[in-house]
Design a protein around this ligand. Structure first.
Ligand SMILES: [Zn+2]
Length: 253
């Protein structure tokens, strides 16, 4: 039988660990939906989708820890339609929803960027961009773009990245930022990297890669952000003696 902790203990621990109030973010970080007061079983996932909520209900979870929560700037605040259904299911089952967006990208140990870097064999010696969310470091053993792309594909479960080649230079330094950080490409170039990895790509990055010579790899938003939430939840579960399970809801985007 697993130990139990209180919702408040878990909440306070996570908020402090991640410096939850220290970021200019697109939504609230921390406890987004309040469930039962005791927590024994945690499910982690990338996004608080209906599929993840249903999987957490089936797993008899007391809390869900995600990177993408339910509430974002620009919503009108009504709990109707798909959003109402997600909230209704959580509240009906008393499941707590903890969501950490930028604080989870940024955390130097459990964050998405730190965890992706670990899997790519990259060390971090610099941070760049808005709120220092970009990570950078030496490329290590493989210095060609083809070798880096192969390393990414292996680390991300076989998913091949979309590669925008630069000028074919040897890759001495790599920059990366998980998720939808294509807008950080210019900051990465300014930080002196030879290749930049993120999840998504938009039209302007193809031209920037050609004109600056810095390669760009779009590795999948979901694929690059699969590692932070489970690393964080596993850590808090170990800290409080709770059960934890990561549930991956596949997403090609
Ligand atoms: Zn994201």
């Amino acid at each position: 039988m697993a130990a139990q902790s209180t919702r408040s203990e878990v909440e306070n621990y996570l908020n402090t660990l991640l410096n939850a109030d220290g970021f200019e973010d697109y939504g609230p970080n921390g406890l987004q939906v309040e469930g039962r007061g005791e927590v024994r079983r945690i499910v982690s996932g990338v996004t608080a989708s209906l599929a993840l909520i249903d999987a957490a209900i089936a797993a008899d979870a007391d809390a869900i820890v995600v990177h993408h929560g339910l509430f974002w700037r620009g919503q009108d605040g009504r709990l109707v339609g798909w959003l109402g259904e997600r909230v209704r299911r959580l509240m009906a089952r008393g499941i707590n929803l903890f969501a950490y967006h930028l604080p989870l990208d940024a955390h130097p140990e459990f964050g998405n960027n730190a965890q992706l870097g670990l899997r790519l064999g990259l060390t971090v010696d610099a941070r760049f961009g808005e709120q220092a969310l970009g990570f950078a470091g030496p490329s290590g053993q493989n210095t060609t773009l083809a070798a880096l792309a192969a390393r990414v594909q292996t680390a991300l479960g076989g998913r091949a990245p979309l590669v925008l080649p630069g000028d074919g230079r040897a890759l001495a330094r790599i920059g990366w930022c998980t998720g939808g950080a294509q807008g950080y490409f210019e900051a990465a170039i300014a930080a002196g990297v030879d290749a930049f990895l993120t999840g998504e790509v938009s039209e302007p990055q193809a031209h920037l890669a050609r004109e600056t010579g810095v390669a760009f790899l779009a590795c999948g938003h979901h694929a690059t952000e699969c590692f932070g939430a489970p690393a964080l939840a596993a850590h808090v579960a170990e800290r409080f003696g709770l059960e934890h399970r990561f549930i991956d809801i596949a997403n090609p985007a």
